[in-house]
Design a protein around this ligand. Structure first.
Ligand code: NDP
Length: 513
């Protein structure tokens, strides 16, 4: 058995930079890049992957010699694929004159190959087609698995045996979900590792490609002011909030099998928590950052049921503004206990964070769509303004908010004197609103991450030991909830979620708005 799971062993096995070929090295006249989108007929490919590839082309970030091949079972021609994807391509960055021309050039580099996901013969045909396009140059191949997870291993087996590069690198981007629990995730990793080394696997979590998530490390490690405050000495609690204002519309079948904890918390929010809480890495190299993240995850105890509130949305309102409840979805059973909302308190048991509650909140069909980190600081000891005026002037604590969406921003809530005679304090913001400061639109997370995979930059992809540690935190809770058949608290579509979250927040002295 060649598969090793222990994080320590994986480090020995895979040197930090193995397989890393920087963009400028691989972009030579003698080399080619082939991007093979597996599941090209699907939703993700159409809405995110092809537009991201076009944006990279538009920005001249793809090498001179590149080819894109869509692969799926659906029978269609390359021209039909081009017609489908052309409807979702946009010249997003700025409206340049040559947009249509660029689109034509891009579409001419896109081809389609129909085949089964488990047929080595079909992948052999794909290989032949790729070789034709590569025309004898050194080939680098990137496979993007945009298919249901039960097909991952078949595709990787066929690609490895029949269509991997013979003289360059072969990398595979794998979309979530990476298993349903610790065991199934380990099984998936074990199976993938029969055909790929860890450094060929790029587990994508697109939220890690978002501008503000990338910026978290810059904020923390290149500004003197935050470092000293970043611990239990000054921080009272931290909230990670991910709320959506829509329900599962159309994705009920997928969602019912996973629920919000697996869909959002165990991956996105936990990854962001790890970036937030980690120690300073030795360098910005992917392995140094991922080493620090995994230490945070391994310092966390499994989440306890008593530290969790689960909810499920119910339909609301009559007439024109009626919204369906979760179980109104025909693909969801009427007695489904799947949570569409969860709030959970987690702790990082190390010297920096001992006793600080990290409150994660994720939910669907809530009143607003937002993703943010809120850092609540402690009270000012011996606050002069409270003493002098005997009121709660100046009582409000500082809060740092990193808002990923909507309207990316970083703001710090401070106490400030209201101008004028006398002394009145006001709670105000030091506000960095991105669209005001940086009018140019940020690239989509997929653009950044696909480019990273092309360049061999692994920093924003999840390593198998991180994944393992993340599942260890949530798997006992998921199993206990399933065993005890925990019924979610119902909340109304468009509301602020179950009432229970306020009690949970209060229990840990968190101000939750
Ligand atoms: P789709 O359901 O659209 O599936 C993609 C393609 O896979 C389909 O066009 C179909 O192609 C093939 N396929 C679908 N079902 C099966 C099946 N049962 N057996 C074999 N092949 C099948 O998925 P998405 O495009 O929405 O997502 C792809 C992957 O990305 C999934 O793993 C999903 O969890 C993940 N993901 C999706 C996101 C999204 O926004 N859509 C966001 C994050 C992750 P054909 O029949 O032509 O072979």
């Amino acid at each position: 058995d060649t598969v090793v799971h222990t994080p320590a062993a994986e480090h020995v096995e895979i040197p930090a930079k193995e397989g890393y070929i920087p963009f400028f090295d691989s972009d030579t006249e003698e080399s080619t890049l082939s991007i093979i989108v597996i599941g090209a007929s699907g939703d993700l490919a159409r809405k995110k992957i092809f537009p991201a590839l076009f944006a990279l082309f538009y920005e001249d970030r793809l090498p001179e010699n590149f080819t894109i091949i869509g692969y799926a079972r659906t029978i269609m021609t390359s021209e039909e694929l081009r017609n489908i994807i052309s409807t979702t391509l946009t010249c997003r960055i700025d409206k340049r004159e040559n947009c249509d021309e660029k689109m034509d050039q891009f579409l001419k580099r896109c081809f389609y190959h129909s085949g089964q996901y488990s047929s080595e013969e079909h992948f052999f045909e794909l290989d032949r087609k790729l070789k034709e396009k590569e025309a004898g140059r050194q080939s680098n191949r990137l496979f993007y698995l945009a298919i249901p997870p039960n097909m991952f291993v078949d595709v990787v087996r066929c690609a490895r045996r029949r269509a991997s590069s013979e003289d360059g690198w072969t990398r595979v981007i794998v979309e979530k979900p990476f298993g349903r629990d610790l065991e199934s995730s380990r099984e998936l990793t074990r199976e993938l590792r029969q055909y790929l080394s860890e450094d060929q696997i790029f587990r994508i979590d697109h939220h890690l490609g978002e501008e503000l998530v990338e910026n978290l490390l810059v904020l923390r490690f290149s500004n003197l002011v935050f470092g000293p405050l970043w611990s239990r000495n000054y921080i009272r609690n931290v909230q990670f909030i991910f709320s959506e204002d829509s329900g599962t519309e159309g994705r009920g079948r997928y969602f019912d099998n996973y629920g919000i904890i697996r869909d959002i918390m165990q991956n996105h929010l936990l990854q962001i928590l790890a970036l937030f809480a980690m120690e300073t890495p030795v360098s910005l190299d992917a392995e140094d950052i991922r080493n620090e993240k995994v230490k945070v995850l391994r310092s966390m105890k499994p989440v306890k049921l008593e530290d969790v509130v689960v909810g499920q949305y119910k339909g609301c309102c009559e007439g024109d503004t009626s919204y369906p409840g979760y179980t109104d979805d025909p693909s969801v059973s009427d007695d489904s206990l799947t949570p569409t909302f969860t709030a959970a308190t987690l702790f990082v048991n190390n010297a920096r964070w001992d006793g600080v509650p990290f409150l994660m909140i994720a939910g669907k069909a809530l009143q607003s769509k937002r993703a943010e980190i809120r850092v609540q600081f402690k009270h000012v000891p011996g606050n002069l303004y409270n003493k002098k005026f005997g009121t709660d002037l100046g009582q409000a604590t500082n809060e740092l908010v990193i808002r990923v969406q909507p309207d990316e921003a970083i703001y710090l809530k401070i106490n400030n004197k209201v101008p004028g005679l006398g002394m009145r304090l006001d709670r105000s913001d030091l506000n960095l609103l991105f669209k005001a400061r940086y009018p140019r639109e940020s690239p989509d997370a997929y653009e950044r991450l696909v480019l990273d995979a092309i360049e061999g930059e692994r920093r924003s992809f999840i390593r198998s030991d991180e994944l393992d540690a993340a599942w260890e935190i949530f798997t006992p809770l998921l199993k206990e909830m399933e065993k005890k058949k925990i019924a979610p608290e119902l909340y109304t579509y468009g509301s602020s979620g179950p009432v229970g979250v306020h009690y949970l927040a209060a229990k840990h002295n968190v101000r939750y708005e």
